[in-house]
Design a protein around this ligand. Structure first.
Ligand code: SF4
Length: 324
């Protein structure tokens, strides 16, 4: 992990208290992202991806949630120790977030140009006229022409709404963009357009990005680094080329085996047997052991820590020599 990382998460632990018991949503997560890099964070629903993102934004509702340990260093500052005033400047100004459903981010009763302008005015010392001028330029950058900029969110299609959300997110030129399943709610053809747009804008503004997804195809298209998450832990991470060429963790291998391949004739797709563990009832040892065909005795008693299998490729599995 580099000391000059834009964002460096160290040993993060987050838990929720629920009526059914304590949920350890994130356990000892280590992750870093460099300036301008795109990191794909992959995992099933409930793996802890969104909790990780909400922790970076300091948006975990307390209670029921609680960050119990760790550091989140952004540009060298630990966000977990930052004041509420600092976090207000960081959110939207330096780190922006895009959610799956654009309507959770847009105000239905305010025209979209004003919503973009509001974000610009909040983080920059500019008057109303200037913020509106910049908003129109930003909307044009994401493909919304000035003649439509004064319309309300309900007058736009899903894809266009997500473009507005992207305009708001990038309006203040943040150093880091966290996109949480940004295209999942969109039609497939629109998904491709929105992803292309994000890729282009990322390059144009040199923004680092964490792309949260369950789709390995999206990661291959957009990310230069990838981390695979399972039951609150990162089980494997590497640059995208290395990980796709040589996935090592049994869970990652299972994810790849379950992707349809048009060039290969298969009777049926391989599926990972079983289900992810109940968050309130995590198995002892390696959390993947109940589903792992390679599980050994030690896997049932201790969780492996990540080890390098070459360069930046880290794997948390006893088969790779991971220490308990
Ligand atoms: Fe499977 Fe054991 Fe590796 Fe976990 S540590 S993935 S159970 S082999």
């Amino acid at each position: 992990m580099s000391n000059t990382s834009l964002l460096s998460i160290k040993d993060l632990h987050v838990r929720y208290t629920t009526d059914n018991g304590t949920v350890q949503a994130v356990s000892g997560l280590n992750l870093s992202i460099e300036k301008g890099q795109t990191l794909g964070l992959v995992g099933e629903t409930g793996a802890g991806k969104t909790t990780m993102a909400m922790s970076v934004m300091r948006l975990i509702a307390e209670p029921p949630g609680r960050i119990t340990d760790g550091e989140i260093l952004f540009e060298g500052q630990d966000l977990l120790k930052a004041s509420p005033a600092t976090m207000r400047k960081v959110r939207g100004g330096k780190i922006a977030m895009i959610f799956q459903d654009p309507m959770t981010s847009l105000n239905p009763i305010i025209p979209v140009d004003e919503q973009v302008a509001e974000m610009i005015a909040l983080h920059n010392d500019v008057n109303k006229q200037e913020s509106l001028k910049r908003a129109l330029a930003m909307l044009e950058t994401v493909g919304i022409q000035p003649d439509r900029a004064g319309e309300y969110p309900h007058q736009f299609s899903g894809g266009m709404k997500q473009r507005v959300v992207i305009a708001i997110a990038l309006a203040c030129n943040p150093a880091l963009l966290i996109a949480d399943e940004p295209t999942t709610a969109l039609d497939v053809t629109i998904q491709a357009q929105v992803l292309e747009l994000m890729k282009g804008l990322k390059r144009k503004f040199d923004t680092a990005m964490i792309m949260i997804t369950h789709d390995l195809g999206i990661v291959a298209e957009t990310c230069d680094h990838v981390a695979i998450m399972y039951a609150g832990r990162i089980v494997e991470q590497a640059d995208t080329v290395s990980l796709y060429a040589d996935p090592r963790h049994p869970y990652t291998k299972g994810l790849f085996a379950s992707i349809p391949n048009v060039e290969e004739e298969r009777e049926s797709l391989a599926v990972i047997p079983g289900l992810p563990p109940e968050p309130t009832d995590m198995p002892a040892g390696c959390p993947f052991h109940p589903r792992c065909s390679k599980a050994m005795d030690q896997c049932r008693v201790a969780a492996p820590s990540p080890v390098s299998v070459g360069g930046n490729h880290l794997v948390a599995c006893f088969l790779e020599g991971g220490a308990a």
